[in-house]
Design a protein around this ligand. Sequence first.
Ligand code: OGA
Ligand code: ZN
Length: 384
Amino acid sequence: MASGQRPLGLRITGPAELTLQRSDGSEQALHPLWLRERCTDAASIDLKTRQRLQDPSDFDPELKLLAVSQPAAGIFRVRFSDGHEASFEAAAILAEAALAPAGHDCPAAKLWDGKLSPLPRMRWCAEPGDAQLESWLESFLELGFVILEGVPAEPGMVLKVGAQFGFVRETNFGALFNVRSTPEATDLAYTSVALDPHTDNPYRTPVPGIQLLHCLVNETSGGLSTLVDGFAVAQALRASHREAFNVLASTPVRFCYTDADTELTASAPPIALDASGELAAIHFSPRLDFVPLLPPERLEAYYRARRLFDARLRAADFEIRFLLGNGDLVMFDNTRLLHGRTGFDPAEGLRHLQGCYIDLDGPRSLYRVLRRRASGTPAVRRSA
Ligand code: OGA
Ligand code: ZN
């Protein structure tokens, strides 16, 4: 929601009309069904779980307000045409009216390019206080990543850090995966070649939301980590080459992974949009993408668009590069950022990272819990 449209107040605009006023001067009479769904009395919801007791599809589709009054400051009393009466707190309705897209109550994404400075490097600790945890989360939610320094360079620590933010998602690689060059590599990540910007595992459903990479040891002079804000690149493409952007947002690409016991395949557009046309996710991995056999002109358009997008993803003006030293850990949003690494010479020494995935909603949930704790609001117990 644009900041000029903040819900400001509620006012009674007729014998049976309650109207929301916005900061840009616009007004909207509240829909009776919208209000009816938000009744929080014991007849409407189970007070323990806060879940609704009636299926709102069963409410009268022609439901009307019969009367609206204001018995006290900040409280409105409403009588509905189905005989139900309920009180509403103005503050609760205003907060609810401000909740447009999911997640808006967390820090908004701040898109960045190769000039991002300083990088969000923060000291890790095993038992962070709320303020410290919140600063890690703010950086992660705004920039899509955070670098935590001083995580003991011990095998398995990446799982401990992952568990501080959410639930580790196990895959066919295990709860954690080792990134080091081996002769039996089943993935190019497990060799010493440079990895161009990519998102991990677009062949899974759902795609891993967040990746953590923890450096146990890097004795080589190469193997620098790279990150690109895919949303910033997609936004720039949308501004300069609208047609190419639309092609990438509407072409489902098949991604595959195969080894002896696994055959994963999933289809997704390189630039996925949400229902309001906003950027939702990037799926990009040039080593494992296969566009279906579309009509020739659509294939032509797709290849042109992918070349443009990839050129920008690899351009120095969007990329940041940094060394993950022993004990450094980077946690990034795998649906927004692309990551990679420069090549290295395994003859120089060892390079060993451990990685794991967690779901995207963990840090957001934790952020809200911390905010709730800071404001002293009691928890509301909810289940599935
Ligand atoms: C990976 C990967 C980066 C690195 O394992 O998916 O991208 O720094 N690794 O080795
Ligand atoms: Zn990767």
